[in-house]
Design a protein around this ligand. Structure first.
Ligand SMILES: *[C@@H]1O[C@H](CO)[C@@H](O)[C@H](O)[C@H]1NC(C)=O
Ligand SMILES: *[C@@H]1O[C@H](CO)[C@@H](O)[C@H](O)[C@H]1NC(C)=O
Ligand SMILES: *[C@@H]1O[C@H](CO)[C@@H](O)[C@H](O)[C@H]1NC(C)=O
Ligand SMILES: *[C@@H]1O[C@H](CO)[C@@H](O)[C@H](O)[C@H]1NC(C)=O
Ligand SMILES: *[C@@H]1O[C@H](CO)[C@@H](O)[C@H](O)[C@H]1NC(C)=O
Ligand SMILES: *[C@@H]1O[C@H](CO)[C@@H](O)[C@H](O)[C@H]1NC(C)=O
Ligand SMILES: *[C@@H]1O[C@H](CO)[C@@H](O)[C@H](O)[C@H]1NC(C)=O
Ligand SMILES: *[C@@H]1O[C@H](CO)[C@@H](O)[C@H](O)[C@H]1NC(C)=O
Ligand SMILES: *[C@@H]1O[C@H](CO)[C@@H](O)[C@H](O)[C@H]1NC(C)=O
Ligand SMILES: *[C@@H]1O[C@H](CO)[C@@H](O)[C@H](O)[C@H]1NC(C)=O
Ligand SMILES: *[C@@H]1O[C@H](CO)[C@@H](O)[C@H](O)[C@H]1NC(C)=O
Ligand SMILES: *[C@@H]1O[C@H](CO)[C@@H](O)[C@H](O)[C@H]1NC(C)=O
Length: 411
């Protein structure tokens, strides 16, 4: 169960370094069948973080899988079609960690992980207000190809209710075919070099590419009442099932979006239905004197499968965006952010719209957005600064040349 003989031959310094790097030494476990052939082998170190209640509020206890941890004889290789292989590890004063495996024709995985901890263990859980065993369970992302070992050098955090187990430097294989680890391995996703592991620009969520710009036009009995060219992106903040708050950005893909809407004298509506999961509506209104149109309402109904509350709804009917004089069009090359609620905003790309009065299905005179006008100032400012710089360099050069001339003359 302990470190193999090979490790003992290593110089002490190396062992110390390994201890520093891994923070814990790996513990090796195996489960054998009736014939003494290993069917499960595992070698990993694990850190536990458990929150529990005391009289003075909730406390966290952190501890490592101790070297004395061992596989219980109640572990099993499973019976075909009847039960799954399982590895049951016991340590300390009545704590057990169980891994149940399952497989299909190509892959095997840990179907369930369960940690039973003994709150009566005052060394690990001092002053716990309740006593006895507690159970935490979850489905971890530990899987590999059949006849390959699962290998994960990076840490893999598994959250189960009030417990987080972090596996480090793990090698695990179930359904062993010849009683030892296979040479071939399946690496965990945590080990794959990925942009999220070392982000070049740290960001809360990967921002997708800009959405494609599309014509979203609406017509009624009197012809076209909305011309709209734009790319649409939704920015949604919600709570996931594990109570973590995430911000996600979704592009509206015109290719799988149904466009609808309606025209009345007071209101122009654009309705977009993307697949079955997203319904987005825009409403344009006009002001009392009828001289200007503007976007006044956005409504979103969306299904988020990983959210705690999967139906996400947001609307705001007192917006004032994309405004222009009736008969003219509103245009913006810069990306515009329209805040609908605290949890939802719409990013609009390369927008060109005109609502209500549309002559001959063509955009009227353009009213450019403020952002674009400001952007025009930047090149001018940059140009000015560059010209200044060139002038300074030129002067410096001329002065320098005069000085060196003077120098030559004195020699
Ligand atoms: C033990 O080995 C024999 C012969 O290979 C096999 O028939 C039997 O099923 C094995 N028993 C177990 C419990 O695996
Ligand atoms: C277990 O893993 C450790 C760290 O990677 C390694 O040093 C050790 O040789 C492994 N033990 C076995 C039996 O595979
Ligand atoms: C999780 O811990 C909190 C306090 O630490 C406790 O109130 C709650 O009952 C625990 N939940 C479970 C499922 O153990
Ligand atoms: C316990 O740890 C969790 C996760 O790291 C943290 O969110 C929480 O604030 C900690 N609680 C205490 C009482 O330290
Ligand atoms: C297990 O189920 C499969 C398919 O249902 C069957 O082919 C196989 O014979 C079963 N094995 C046993 C030991 O019952
Ligand atoms: C839980 O811990 C207490 C105190 O160390 C011990 O007396 C008891 O036997 C443990 N329970 C189990 C199931 O091992
Ligand atoms: C895990 O395996 C053990 C032993 O085979 C079994 O008693 C338990 O029901 C299994 N749990 C699940 C969720 O499969
Ligand atoms: C086996 O399971 C993996 C992962 O769950 C899945 O991707 C794969 O399609 C499954 N293969 C078969 C043949 O069912
Ligand atoms: C446990 O509680 C006692 C008294 O309530 C306190 O003196 C002691 O510091 C607590 N121990 C820990 C580890 O919180
Ligand atoms: C999404 O909204 C959040 C605020 O809720 C903001 O911090 C973030 O920059 C926005 N992301 C994009 C791509 O618009
Ligand atoms: C269509 O045009 C007629 C005649 O100009 C007008 O009375 C009616 O209100 C218009 N309908 C809409 C939906 O704009
Ligand atoms: C969107 O949600 C609102 C509020 O529940 C509901 O009134 C409306 O009918 C929904 N629209 C669609 C298209 O599902």
């Amino acid at each position: 169960m302990a470190a193999p003989g090979g490790a003992r031959r290593q110089p002490l310094l190396l062992l110390l370094l390994a201890g520093l790097v891994y923070g814990a030494s790996a513990v090796f476990f195996e489960v054998k069948d009736g014939n003494g052939t290993a069917c499960i082998m595992a070698n990993f170190s694990a850190d536990f973080l458990t929150s529990y209640n005391t009289q003075s509020g909730s406390k966290n206890s952190t501890f490592k899988l101790p070297p004395g941890a061992e596989a219980l004889s109640s572990s099993s290789c499973g019976k075909e079609n009847a039960s799954n292989p399982s590895l049951i590890i016991a340590f300390g004063n009545g704590h057990t960690l169980t891994l149940n495996f399952t497989r299909n024709t190509t892959r095997y995985s840990v179907q369930m992980i369960r940690f039973v901890y003994n709150l009566s263990d005052t060394q690990i859980f001092p002053n716990a207000s309740s006593q006895g065993p507690k159970t935490a369970e979850s489905i971890p992302d530990i899987m590999a190809d059949i006849n390959k070992k699962y290998r994960c050098v990076s840490s893999n955090q598994i959250h189960m209710n009030n417990v987080t187990v972090t596996f480090i430097d793990a090698t695990i294989q179930a359904y062993l075919s010849n009683g030892s680890f296979s040479k071939e391995e399946t690496h965990c996703i945590q080990d794959e070099p990925s942009p999220t592991a070392t982000p070049p620009h740290p960001s809360p969520s990967p921002v997708p590419e800009s959405p494609s710009v599309h014509k979203y036009n609406v017509s009624g009995t009197n012809g076209t009442c909305l011309l709209a060219n734009m790319g649409l992106q939704l920015n949604v903040t919600y709570k996931k099932k594990d109570d973590k708050t995430v911000t996600r950005v979704f592009n509206i893909n015109p290719d799988n979006t149904k466009v609808g809407g309606s025209c009345t004298t007071q209101q122009v509506t654009l309705e977009l239905q993307s697949e079955a999961s997203t319904f987005l509506a825009f409403q344009f209104g006009k002001n009392a004197s009828s001289s200007r149109f503007f976007l006044k309402e956005i409504q979103l109904n969306m299904t988020l499968p990983d959210a705690k509350v999967p139906t996400f709804q947001a609307s705001n009917s007192s917006l004032r965006a994309l405004q222009a004089t009736m008969g003219n069009s509103y245009k913006c090359n810069a990306e515009e952010h329209i805040w609908v609620t605290e949890a939802f905003s719409v990013n609009i790309f390369k927008v060109w719209v005109q609502a209500f009065q549309v002559e001959g299905d063509k955009f009227g005179s353009v009213e450019e957005c403020q952002l674009d006008e400001n952007n025009m100032l930047i090149p001018i400012a940059v140009g000015g600064a560059l010209a200044g710089l060139v002038l300074i360099v030129l002067i410096a050069y001329l002065i320098g040349r005069k000085r060196s001339h003077a120098g030559y003359q004195t020699i």
